[in-house]
Design a protein around this ligand. Structure first.
Ligand code: 5GP
Ligand code: ZN
Length: 114
C-alpha cells in the first residue's frame, strides 16, 4: 500500500535494522525499544489490523507465530522467555495500521500488562 510506513520498510524504501526477511515476512528492530530485545515481524501483505484477517490468512498468521518463536530462540530468549504481542486498533495501542507482531525479551514482564 502506497502510504503505509511498514509496507515501505518491508520494501526497503525506508531504512531499518533487519532481523529476518523472506518472500512473505520482514522482521526488524523497533526504533523505540521497550526491552533489551524488541523487534517487529510484519507480513509483506498489507493487512491493517487483526480484524482485517480473512480465513485465507490462516497459514500466514500461523507461520508468523512460528517465525516469532524461531527468531526469539535464535536471539537467545528460549530460557528466559519472551513476550509476543499484537496490538489491535488504537484503544490497545496500535499506532501503525499494518499488522505487526512485537517480540520483546531480555527483561522481566508483568501481568496484567496495564
Ligand atoms: P504499535 O504501537 O502500532 O503496536 O507498534 C508500532 C511500533 O513501531 C512501535 O513500537 C514503534 O516504536 C515502531 N516504529 C514506529 N515507526 C518506526 C520506524 O520508522 N522504524 C522502526 N524500526 N520502528 C518504528
Ligand atoms: Zn502496509
Amino acid at each position: 500500500m502506497a502510504d503505509c510506513l511498514f509496507c515501505k520498510i518491508a520494501a526497503g524504501e525506508i531504512p531499518s535494522r533487519q532481523v529476518f526477511a523472506d518472500d512473505r515476512f520482514y522482521a526488524f528492530e523497533d526504533i523505540n525499544p521497550q526491552a533489551p530485545t524488541h523487534f517487529l515481524i510484519v507480513p509483506r501483505k498489507h493487512i491493517p489490523t487483526l480484524d482485517d484477517l480473512s480465513r485465507d490468512d490462516g497459514a500466514l498468521v500461523g507461520d508468523l507465530v512460528l517465525l516469532a518463536s524461531k527468531l526469539a530462540r535464535e536471539k537467545g530468549l528460549a530460557e528466559s522467555g519472551y513476550r509476543l504481542n499484537i496490538n489491535c486498533k488504537e484503544g490497545a495501542g496500535q499506532t501503525v495500521l499494518h499488522l505487526h507482531a512485537h517480540i520483546l525479551g531480555g527483561r522481566e514482564f508483568r501481568w496484567p500488562p496495564g
